[in-house]
Design a protein around this ligand. Structure first.
Ligand SMILES: [Zn+2]
Ligand SMILES: [Zn+2]
Length: 184
């Protein structure tokens, strides 16, 4: 009889300890939950820089000459966005008014062709970097044309990335491109 009574007492004690523990946990959780909304508002606060970024993207979606016009395409030489009215086209190549002149008044030659496949999509990256580098730093015009071919045997799409430059620049640029690729 005594043993079962002490056992009952032990069980009751354990239950009380459990109850106190549960109460503590409940209070802890309530405090935690009440502080959560404050943290959430803190996280929401830096939303402004994100909005600024979005505005910047929106800006680039507009014509460089007409800020109220949506962009219709990118000039192959300066890589700026322009509206339909500002873009000039030749055989699916688009230029801004100024660079369409550059394009039509010069003789162009292809100095590099890189084959890329879905397995090697970054192969031509150096050409894009080189082209941008020459334009932004030295105002040397060039443009990139990509041709796609479907390789039916291997069931993949290959792309041929071609860099076109003005004929008189070709020899120098070809050398520079080789050195540029060597640096990477
Ligand atoms: Zn342009
Ligand atoms: Zn425009």
């Amino acid at each position: 009889m005594m043993t079962s009574q002490t056992l009952l007492m032990v069980v009751l004690c354990l239950l009380t300890v459990c109850l106190i523990f549960m109460l503590g946990l409940a209070i802890f959780l309530m405090i935690k939950l009440s502080t959560l909304p404050k943290e959430a508002t803190k996280e929401k606060a830096p939303e402004t820089p994100i909005n600024v970024k979005e505005e910047k993207i929106e800006e680039s979606l507009h014509c460089q000459n007409h800020k109220d016009q949506a962009s219709a395409g990118i000039c192959l030489i300066c890589e700026q966005t322009f509206c339909e009215e500002c873009l000039r086209e030749d055989e699916n190549k688009y230029f801004c008014k100024d660079h369409f002149k550059t394009y039509t008044y010069n003789k162009w030659t292809q100095i590099s062709e890189i084959r890329t496949t879905p397995d090697t999509p970054y192969e031509a990256l150096a050409i894009y970097h080189f082209k941008r580098h020459k334009w932004l730093n030295e105002k040397v015009p060039s443009f990139i044309v990509t041709h796609y071919k479907i390789d039916t045997e291997n069931d993949i799409i290959e792309s041929y990335v071609q860099l076109n430059v003005i004929e008189k620049d070709a020899e120098n640029l070809e050398k520079e491109l080789k050195n540029y690729k060597g640096q990477d």
